[in-house]
Write a protein that binds this ligand. Structure first.
Ligand code: VAH
Length: 316
Protein backbone atom coordinates (compact mmCIF):
# COMPACT_ATOMS: atom_id res chain seq x y z
CA UNK A 1 0.00 0.00 0.00
CA UNK A 2 1.07 3.59 -0.66
CA UNK A 3 0.34 6.63 1.51
CA UNK A 4 0.09 10.16 0.10
CA UNK A 5 0.10 12.81 2.83
CA UNK A 6 -1.17 16.17 1.59
CA UNK A 7 -3.21 14.38 -1.09
CA UNK A 8 -5.58 17.35 -1.60
CA UNK A 9 -2.83 19.77 -2.54
CA UNK A 10 -1.83 21.02 -5.99
CA UNK A 11 0.78 18.25 -6.42
CA UNK A 12 -0.80 15.68 -4.09
CA UNK A 13 -4.12 15.49 -5.90
CA UNK A 14 -2.50 14.78 -9.27
CA UNK A 15 0.12 12.41 -7.84
CA UNK A 16 -2.56 10.41 -5.97
CA UNK A 17 -4.61 9.93 -9.16
CA UNK A 18 -1.49 8.88 -11.09
CA UNK A 19 -0.38 6.43 -8.37
CA UNK A 20 -3.90 4.92 -8.28
CA UNK A 21 -3.71 4.33 -12.04
CA UNK A 22 -0.32 2.65 -11.61
CA UNK A 23 -0.88 0.62 -8.43
CA UNK A 24 -4.67 0.22 -8.25
CA UNK A 25 -7.16 2.51 -6.53
CA UNK A 26 -7.49 0.47 -3.34
CA UNK A 27 -3.71 0.42 -2.84
CA UNK A 28 -3.21 4.18 -2.53
CA UNK A 29 -4.41 5.82 0.69
CA UNK A 30 -4.92 9.57 0.36
CA UNK A 31 -4.51 11.54 3.61
CA UNK A 32 -5.06 15.21 4.29
CA UNK A 33 -6.29 17.55 6.98
CA UNK A 34 -9.55 18.06 5.07
CA UNK A 35 -11.88 15.99 2.86
CA UNK A 36 -11.06 16.15 -0.88
CA UNK A 37 -13.25 18.55 -2.90
CA UNK A 38 -12.37 16.97 -6.26
CA UNK A 39 -14.79 14.15 -7.15
CA UNK A 40 -12.23 11.99 -8.97
CA UNK A 41 -9.87 12.18 -5.97
CA UNK A 42 -12.68 11.55 -3.44
CA UNK A 43 -14.34 8.70 -5.32
CA UNK A 44 -11.29 6.83 -6.61
CA UNK A 45 -9.87 5.25 -3.44
CA UNK A 46 -9.39 5.22 0.36
CA UNK A 47 -9.14 8.53 2.17
CA UNK A 48 -8.04 9.34 5.74
CA UNK A 49 -8.26 12.61 7.66
CA UNK A 50 -4.84 13.16 9.28
CA UNK A 51 -2.84 16.07 10.66
CA UNK A 52 0.94 15.64 10.23
CA UNK A 53 1.36 17.26 13.64
CA UNK A 54 -0.72 14.48 15.26
CA UNK A 55 1.93 11.72 15.44
CA UNK A 56 -0.44 9.36 17.29
CA UNK A 57 -3.11 9.57 14.60
CA UNK A 58 -0.44 9.10 11.91
CA UNK A 59 0.95 6.10 13.80
CA UNK A 60 -2.51 4.48 13.77
CA UNK A 61 -2.58 4.79 9.97
CA UNK A 62 0.87 3.20 9.66
CA UNK A 63 -0.24 0.34 11.93
CA UNK A 64 -3.55 -0.12 10.08
CA UNK A 65 -1.93 -0.29 6.61
CA UNK A 66 1.49 -1.80 5.84
CA UNK A 67 2.72 1.12 3.72
CA UNK A 68 5.52 0.21 1.31
CA UNK A 69 5.88 3.76 0.00
CA UNK A 70 5.07 7.13 1.60
CA UNK A 71 4.83 10.48 -0.25
CA UNK A 72 4.93 13.30 2.30
CA UNK A 73 3.73 16.41 0.47
CA UNK A 74 2.02 18.41 3.23
CA UNK A 75 3.64 21.84 3.71
CA UNK A 76 2.95 25.56 3.95
CA UNK A 77 4.28 27.26 0.79
CA UNK A 78 6.41 30.39 0.45
CA UNK A 79 3.96 33.29 0.40
CA UNK A 80 1.58 31.80 3.00
CA UNK A 81 4.56 30.89 5.17
CA UNK A 82 5.68 34.51 5.38
CA UNK A 83 2.31 35.43 6.92
CA UNK A 84 2.74 32.90 9.74
CA UNK A 85 6.46 31.98 9.91
CA UNK A 86 6.42 30.11 13.25
CA UNK A 87 3.52 27.86 12.21
CA UNK A 88 5.06 27.28 8.77
CA UNK A 89 8.31 26.17 10.43
CA UNK A 90 6.43 23.93 12.89
CA UNK A 91 4.21 22.25 10.29
CA UNK A 92 6.98 21.82 7.69
CA UNK A 93 9.66 20.58 10.14
CA UNK A 94 7.75 18.68 12.87
CA UNK A 95 5.56 17.17 10.16
CA UNK A 96 8.57 15.89 8.23
CA UNK A 97 10.30 14.46 11.32
CA UNK A 98 7.08 12.73 12.46
CA UNK A 99 6.82 11.08 9.05
CA UNK A 100 10.52 10.13 8.83
CA UNK A 101 10.33 8.49 12.27
CA UNK A 102 7.18 6.52 11.41
CA UNK A 103 8.65 5.40 8.07
CA UNK A 104 11.75 4.14 9.89
CA UNK A 105 9.73 2.40 12.62
CA UNK A 106 7.38 0.72 10.13
CA UNK A 107 10.16 -0.20 7.67
CA UNK A 108 8.67 1.74 4.76
CA UNK A 109 10.71 0.81 1.65
CA UNK A 110 10.75 4.20 -0.13
CA UNK A 111 9.87 7.71 1.07
CA UNK A 112 9.34 10.80 -1.10
CA UNK A 113 9.56 14.36 0.15
CA UNK A 114 9.49 17.47 -2.10
CA UNK A 115 12.03 20.24 -1.79
CA UNK A 116 12.03 23.40 -3.89
CA UNK A 117 14.14 26.00 -5.67
CA UNK A 118 13.15 28.07 -2.61
CA UNK A 119 16.17 26.49 -0.83
CA UNK A 120 18.31 28.94 -2.83
CA UNK A 121 18.73 32.55 -1.78
CA UNK A 122 20.16 35.98 -2.73
CA UNK A 123 23.79 34.78 -2.76
CA UNK A 124 23.13 31.65 -4.82
CA UNK A 125 24.32 31.91 -8.47
CA UNK A 126 21.06 32.74 -10.29
CA UNK A 127 21.82 31.30 -13.75
CA UNK A 128 22.19 27.52 -14.13
CA UNK A 129 22.19 27.15 -10.35
CA UNK A 130 24.45 24.15 -9.55
CA UNK A 131 23.37 21.03 -7.64
CA UNK A 132 25.84 21.88 -4.84
CA UNK A 133 26.17 25.61 -4.14
CA UNK A 134 25.63 28.44 -1.66
CA UNK A 135 22.13 28.26 -0.18
CA UNK A 136 20.92 31.20 1.91
CA UNK A 137 17.12 31.02 1.68
CA UNK A 138 15.32 34.02 3.20
CA UNK A 139 11.78 32.66 3.38
CA UNK A 140 10.74 30.36 6.22
CA UNK A 141 9.44 27.96 3.59
CA UNK A 142 12.89 27.90 1.95
CA UNK A 143 14.66 27.56 5.31
CA UNK A 144 12.38 24.63 6.22
CA UNK A 145 13.09 22.98 2.86
CA UNK A 146 16.86 23.44 3.32
CA UNK A 147 16.69 21.95 6.84
CA UNK A 148 14.37 19.22 5.59
CA UNK A 149 16.94 18.21 2.97
CA UNK A 150 19.54 17.89 5.75
CA UNK A 151 17.17 15.67 7.79
CA UNK A 152 16.37 13.45 4.78
CA UNK A 153 20.06 12.93 4.00
CA UNK A 154 20.70 12.26 7.71
CA UNK A 155 18.00 9.56 7.88
CA UNK A 156 19.48 7.96 4.76
CA UNK A 157 23.12 8.07 5.93
CA UNK A 158 22.51 7.19 9.59
CA UNK A 159 19.52 4.80 9.45
CA UNK A 160 19.45 3.65 5.82
CA UNK A 161 15.95 5.06 5.18
CA UNK A 162 15.49 5.25 1.38
CA UNK A 163 14.26 8.88 1.20
CA UNK A 164 14.21 10.61 -2.19
CA UNK A 165 13.59 14.24 -3.05
CA UNK A 166 13.33 16.79 -5.88
CA UNK A 167 13.79 20.57 -5.79
CA UNK A 168 10.68 21.46 -7.80
CA UNK A 169 10.52 24.74 -9.68
CA UNK A 170 7.14 26.47 -9.83
CA UNK A 171 4.52 23.85 -10.77
CA UNK A 172 1.74 24.63 -13.22
CA UNK A 173 -1.29 22.37 -13.56
CA UNK A 174 -4.97 22.68 -14.45
CA UNK A 175 -6.59 20.03 -12.21
CA UNK A 176 -6.01 21.59 -8.81
CA UNK A 177 -5.70 25.22 -7.78
CA UNK A 178 -2.37 26.00 -6.11
CA UNK A 179 -2.12 27.19 -2.54
CA UNK A 180 -0.09 30.21 -1.54
CA UNK A 181 2.96 29.96 -3.77
CA UNK A 182 4.95 32.81 -5.28
CA UNK A 183 5.03 31.06 -8.66
CA UNK A 184 1.24 30.62 -8.69
CA UNK A 185 0.71 33.69 -10.87
CA UNK A 186 1.58 31.29 -13.71
CA UNK A 187 -1.50 29.19 -12.89
CA UNK A 188 -3.89 32.08 -12.12
CA UNK A 189 -3.02 33.79 -15.42
CA UNK A 190 -4.55 30.94 -17.49
CA UNK A 191 -7.81 31.00 -15.48
CA UNK A 192 -8.08 34.79 -15.76
CA UNK A 193 -7.25 34.72 -19.48
CA UNK A 194 -10.30 32.50 -20.01
CA UNK A 195 -12.55 34.14 -17.37
CA UNK A 196 -11.81 37.85 -17.85
CA UNK A 197 -9.43 38.22 -20.77
CA UNK A 198 -7.06 40.20 -18.53
CA UNK A 199 -4.81 39.50 -15.55
CA UNK A 200 -3.24 41.71 -12.86
CA UNK A 201 0.15 40.12 -12.16
CA UNK A 202 1.75 40.37 -8.69
CA UNK A 203 5.26 40.04 -10.20
CA UNK A 204 6.96 42.48 -12.60
CA UNK A 205 7.04 41.67 -16.32
CA UNK A 206 10.69 40.65 -16.47
CA UNK A 207 10.66 38.30 -13.46
CA UNK A 208 12.24 35.09 -14.75
CA UNK A 209 11.51 31.96 -12.71
CA UNK A 210 12.16 28.23 -13.25
CA UNK A 211 8.84 26.49 -13.91
CA UNK A 212 7.50 23.07 -14.88
CA UNK A 213 4.25 21.64 -16.23
CA UNK A 214 2.57 19.33 -13.70
CA UNK A 215 2.74 16.26 -15.93
CA UNK A 216 6.53 16.69 -16.16
CA UNK A 217 6.70 17.04 -12.36
CA UNK A 218 4.69 13.82 -11.92
CA UNK A 219 6.93 12.04 -14.45
CA UNK A 220 10.09 13.20 -12.66
CA UNK A 221 8.70 12.08 -9.28
CA UNK A 222 7.78 8.59 -10.53
CA UNK A 223 11.02 8.23 -12.53
CA UNK A 224 13.00 9.03 -9.36
CA UNK A 225 10.89 6.73 -7.15
CA UNK A 226 11.18 3.84 -9.62
CA UNK A 227 14.94 4.21 -10.13
CA UNK A 228 17.15 1.51 -8.54
CA UNK A 229 18.54 2.78 -5.19
CA UNK A 230 22.15 2.71 -6.41
CA UNK A 231 21.31 5.25 -9.13
CA UNK A 232 20.01 7.77 -6.58
CA UNK A 233 23.32 9.42 -5.70
CA UNK A 234 21.92 12.71 -4.35
CA UNK A 235 20.16 12.15 -1.04
CA UNK A 236 19.55 15.77 -0.10
CA UNK A 237 17.39 16.74 -3.08
CA UNK A 238 17.90 16.79 -6.87
CA UNK A 239 17.84 20.04 -8.83
CA UNK A 240 15.10 19.77 -11.45
CA UNK A 241 14.24 22.09 -14.32
CA UNK A 242 12.20 22.29 -17.48
CA UNK A 243 11.38 25.86 -18.57
CA UNK A 244 12.16 29.39 -17.37
CA UNK A 245 9.96 32.28 -18.38
CA UNK A 246 8.74 35.73 -17.31
CA UNK A 247 5.17 37.07 -17.06
CA UNK A 248 5.80 38.88 -20.36
CA UNK A 249 6.68 35.62 -22.12
CA UNK A 250 3.78 33.57 -20.75
CA UNK A 251 1.46 36.41 -21.82
CA UNK A 252 2.75 36.18 -25.40
CA UNK A 253 2.29 32.42 -25.30
CA UNK A 254 -1.36 32.82 -24.20
CA UNK A 255 -1.97 35.49 -26.86
CA UNK A 256 -1.25 32.82 -29.51
CA UNK A 257 -4.69 31.43 -28.49
CA UNK A 258 -6.39 34.55 -27.03
CA UNK A 259 -5.04 37.49 -29.05
CA UNK A 260 -6.99 40.12 -27.04
CA UNK A 261 -5.65 38.90 -23.69
CA UNK A 262 -3.98 41.73 -21.74
CA UNK A 263 -1.85 41.85 -18.58
CA UNK A 264 -1.20 44.61 -16.03
CA UNK A 265 1.53 44.56 -13.35
CA UNK A 266 1.12 45.31 -9.65
CA UNK A 267 4.12 43.76 -7.84
CA UNK A 268 3.54 42.99 -4.15
CA UNK A 269 5.60 41.37 -1.34
CA UNK A 270 5.96 38.23 -3.45
CA UNK A 271 8.29 40.17 -5.79
CA UNK A 272 11.02 40.12 -3.10
CA UNK A 273 10.61 36.35 -2.73
CA UNK A 274 10.85 35.80 -6.48
CA UNK A 275 13.93 38.07 -6.69
CA UNK A 276 15.70 35.87 -4.11
CA UNK A 277 15.30 32.73 -6.24
CA UNK A 278 17.31 31.49 -9.26
CA UNK A 279 16.28 32.27 -12.81
CA UNK A 280 17.49 28.94 -14.24
CA UNK A 281 18.63 25.62 -12.76
CA UNK A 282 21.35 23.12 -13.73
CA UNK A 283 19.69 19.70 -13.40
CA UNK A 284 22.47 17.67 -15.07
CA UNK A 285 22.79 15.40 -11.98
CA UNK A 286 19.16 14.25 -12.37
CA UNK A 287 19.67 13.74 -16.10
CA UNK A 288 22.84 11.70 -15.57
CA UNK A 289 21.80 9.65 -12.51
CA UNK A 290 18.26 8.54 -13.47
CA UNK A 291 17.60 9.86 -16.99
CA UNK A 292 15.50 12.95 -16.25
CA UNK A 293 14.10 14.56 -19.44
CA UNK A 294 11.23 17.11 -19.48
CA UNK A 295 8.64 16.99 -22.28
CA UNK A 296 6.81 20.35 -22.17
CA UNK A 297 8.05 23.77 -23.22
CA UNK A 298 6.16 27.04 -22.63
CA UNK A 299 4.00 26.88 -25.76
CA UNK A 300 3.09 23.18 -25.52
CA UNK A 301 2.26 23.73 -21.83
CA UNK A 302 0.02 26.71 -22.74
CA UNK A 303 -1.71 24.66 -25.47
CA UNK A 304 -2.41 21.82 -22.99
CA UNK A 305 -3.45 24.11 -20.12
CA UNK A 306 -5.97 26.10 -22.17
CA UNK A 307 -7.36 22.98 -23.87
CA UNK A 308 -7.97 21.23 -20.51
CA UNK A 309 -9.26 24.32 -18.72
CA UNK A 310 -11.79 24.96 -21.50
CA UNK A 311 -12.94 21.30 -21.33
CA UNK A 312 -13.14 21.42 -17.52
CA UNK A 313 -15.33 24.54 -17.75
CA UNK A 314 -17.68 22.84 -20.19
CA UNK A 315 -18.07 19.61 -18.15
CA UNK A 316 -18.34 21.26 -14.67
C1 VAH B 1 6.02 28.38 -4.00
N1 VAH B 1 5.13 26.89 -5.74
O1 VAH B 1 5.87 29.30 -4.78
C2 VAH B 1 5.99 26.95 -4.56
C3 VAH B 1 7.37 26.55 -5.00
C4 VAH B 1 9.41 27.18 -6.26
C5 VAH B 1 8.09 27.63 -5.77
O2 VAH B 1 8.12 26.10 -3.94
O3 VAH B 1 6.18 28.55 -2.82
Amino acid sequence: TILVIGACGQLGSELTLELRKLYGNANVVAADIQEPKQADLRDSGPFAIADVLDATRLADLFTQYKFKQVYHLAAILSATGEKNPKFAWKLNMDGLINVLDLCLEHKVERVYWPSSIAVFGPNTPRQDTPQHTVMDPNTIYGISKQAGERWCEYYFEKYGLDVRSLRYPGLIGWKALPGGGTTDYAVDIYHQALDKGTYECFLSEGTYLPMMYMSDAIKATLDLMHAPAEKVKVRSSYNLSAISFSPKEITASIQRHIPDFTITYKPDSRQQIADSWPQSIDDSAARQDWGWQPEFDLDTMTDDMLLNLKEARITN
